[in-house]
Design a binder for this molecule. Structure first.
Ligand code: SF4
Ligand code: FES
Length: 235
């Protein structure tokens, strides 16, 4: 099938502002949008810039707006988006070049959530792991699936309005550790989240949940964090 692909192009070294360039190529309906971009870069214009690594929905590096919605290019089939495809960078983060955005502020917010196990107690004398029941592990299983693609944060109207908001991805990271029975840093994380740019900025728009390529129930996770802040309960 013939596919018309309109791509946002911007080179800060040459352009005052971005513009759209349209390419017409042959594609198979089962091709992914990432294949289309690779084809254009390989055959039409080698200067086209975008991020990708795993090409299989694991690394989170190729989130972009495809026909107005945040998606992973490697998980989006041509047949699902049609013969007219518009590809743009994520909203709310500075464009570095074409479809590449500066992920620095996104990862700064991730780091604020202390994304590592906090437990200063000595490990058991028998040298075994800190034990956890299947039920305790299941409590935070969903939030372990995050691949840090930023599709959620950059689809959030609260983040668009105030880019100081830590954003849903950071809160999912916090959720992953706050509800881990082996971790003892919940108070520190809840303190960070209770700041002005924390969970209070979430207005349950659900855009994040819709955008997540891992089907994480993000809005629910944020709700659980808010509840923990009020009740102090971590179950
Ligand atoms: Fe991406 Fe989902 Fe993680 Fe947000 S929660 S960064 S959308 S994987
Ligand atoms: Fe890794 Fe798409 S290239 S998630």
């Amino acid at each position: 099938m013939e596919v018309t692909v309109k791509i946002f192009r911007y080179n800060p070294e040459k352009d005052q502002r971005g513009n759209y360039v349209t390419y017409k190529i042959e594609a198979d309906p089962n091709d992914r949008v990432l294949d289309v971009l690779e084809h254009i870069k390989g055959k039409e214009d080698g200067t086209l810039s975008f991020r990708r690594s795993c090409a299989h929905g694991v690394c989170g590096s190729d989130a972009m707006r495809i026909n107005g919605r945040n998606m992973l290019a490697c998980k989006t089939l041509v047949r699902d988006v049609g013969a007219n495809i518009t590809v743009e960078p994520l909203l709310g983060l500075k464009v570095a070049k074409d479809l590449i955005v500066d992920m620095g502020p996104f990862f700064d917010n991730y780091k604020k959530m202390l994304p590592y196990l906090i437990n200063d107690n000595p490990i058991p004398a028998d040298g075994k792991e800190r034990l956890q029941s299947p039920e305790q592990r299941a409590r935070f299983d969903e939030s372990t699936k995050c691949i840090l693609c930023a599709a959620c944060t950059t689809s959030c109207p609260s983040f668009w309005a105030n880019d100081e908001y830590y954003g849903p991805a950071a809160l999912v990271t916090a959720h992953r550790f706050i509800f881990d029975s082996r971790d003892e840093g919940a108070d520190q994380r809840l303190h960070v989240i209770s700041e002005t740019n924390g969970s209070v900025r979430c207005h349950t728009a659900y855009n994040c949940t819709e955008a997540c390529p891992r089907d994480i129930h993000i809005t629910q996770a944020i709700g659980e964090i808010k509840l923990a802040m009020v009740t102090g309960k971590l179950e």
